[in-house]
Each structure stands twice: as structure tokens, then as C-alpha cells.
Design a protein around this ligand. Sequence first.
Ligand code: EAX
Length: 322
Amino acid sequence: MKIGHIAAACLSLALSAGAFAQTAMKISISTAQNSHQGVAIDTFAKEVAARTGGRYKIETFYNGSLGGERESIEAVQLGTQALAFSSTGPVPNFVPETKILDVPFLFRDKAHARAVLDGPIGQDLLGKFDAKGFKALAWGENGFRHMTNSKRDVKEPEDLKGLKMRTMENPVHIAAYKGLGIITTPMAFPEVFTALQQGTVDGQENPLSVILSAKFAQVQKHLSLTGHVYSPCIFVMNKEMFDKLGAADKTAFLEAAKVAVKANRDRVDQDDANGVKMLREQGVTVIENVDKPRFVSVLAPVNAEFEKQFGKANLDKIRNYK
Ligand code: EAX
């Protein structure tokens, strides 16, 4: 072989090695693969691979196998994990501005919440993550949260008095549930099933998507469709890792997150449509006619506190968003 041929062979080898160079990045969720969050990260992984010609491989982890949501977000901030898809439960501990989204009875329905998150208010909040070491790629969805317990039917707030319930590690939730007379026990999600099973807590609250995928029907006999708070999800990425991407790859990651959110929301809609029937078949008593106005009026003092903390004008901006 002539020198020129060897050089050409080396070059083509280098090029093909370059073409196959693959960067692996981890993403995690606390729910099962067969869930609205599993659909989100599976779709994201597929879309990133397709949009970067396989140069980025997103490795997916389910069921809190890399840690609970707070631990995952911490890992993303530190850069020991590239990405996470999480509810906003522990997020205010990192980006306090997001607290406002978890105020009870703030959103009328999912369409309202999605419009706010996809509009200027939500996009502005995504920008607040930058200063904390994150690139927030997109808002996703966990869903409207409902209460379950092992003790009794809950139709009005008075029925909650003295119930010991697991809450997320979210200061807004904790304040509100205390206002409803609940004995609050903040806990990371991977511990919840066992805590319910062993009776450490009587109940918990989560969207139907989570109640179904976590198989809570095995340990909770009463569900009330309280819809007391909308629970967003979010795609977060380590900021340095995002900043290192080329312009086209940045777009690929952002677009992949958008497609993933669509799949995620579609699955929440599907779970909301089928969940009650499925849970009844699994032996859960479902109270659909919850006295919501009563919940809102019992929460009035806590709400006044939130209006002071977040500004009534800011809350109204979300409430009245069209
Ligand atoms: O993100 O911690 C919770 O209750 C969350 O809703 C759940 O892990 C799904």
C-alpha cells in the first residue's frame, strides 16, 4: 500500500470512528416505565437518538433506581447525572420561583395549566433554572392530584382531620395540607408504597397516573377525586452539559423534549379517562362528588398567606390566563 492509500485508510477509519462516537447521558424518573413519566423519557430518548444521528444515547432509569426526585435533581445540578424528569415536588428547594405553580386550586383544568406552562409565564419560569446550574428543557405533566387513604371515605375537608398523609417535600403542599387538618409526613416517593403498606402513614395524594402505575390500589381502599392541586413535571438538564452541545444538537434536545411532553400529556389524558374504572375494578371505593367549594373555603386562610407570599397580582395572572 502506498503512503497515500494508508493515509486515506486512516482518514476513513477516523471518520467512521467519529461517526460512531456516542455520548451516553442518564435520565431518571421515580415512577415505573409503564407510566406517563416512562412514556416521556422513552420518547425523549428515541427522539434525541433520531435527531442526532445516534450521537447521543439517553439511558433511561425508572422507579427511582437512581434515587428519589430530590436526589436526581441534585445529581443533575452537580453534573453526576445529565438529566431528570421530575414532578415539581422538590423543585422549589432549588428554584424557589416555581413554588407558585403548586398553589392549590390555581388551575381550572389541564388545558388551563398547559396553556400557562407553554405560554410566557411558564417559559419565563424555565429561564429561572439557568442561574441554578440547570437548563430546563420543557414543562411536562404529572396531573391533577387526588387523595387516597386506608381509613375512610373523604367527601369534605372535615373527613381529613387527623389523617396521617405522606406529602411531597414541597413547602406549598405542606402548608396547604396542614390547613386542611391533615397530619403531614413529607417523604420521597420511592418510600411511599412501603409506608402505606406498613401503616406508617394512612394516605397520600397523587394523580391517577401515579396511583395506577405505583399500584397503590393494593394498599389504599379509598380514593377521592379532590383534584386539589395541579402537579407539573419538568425536564431538567445539567447546564454545562447543555451549553457544550452544538447549536443543532441544542435544538435537537429541545425539540425532543417537546415531542416527549406531547406523549406524556396524552398518557395523562388516557389515565384520567380510564383510571377511575380501573381502580374500582381493583377494589378501590372512589368518591367522585367531592365538596370542592368547601375545600376552597377551608383553605382561605392559607390562600391569603400564599397571596402575601407570591403576590395576588401574580396569582391572578395565572388564574385569569386565557
Ligand atoms: O413524580 O412524589 C410524588 O408524589 C410525585 O407525584 C411522583 O413521584 C411522580
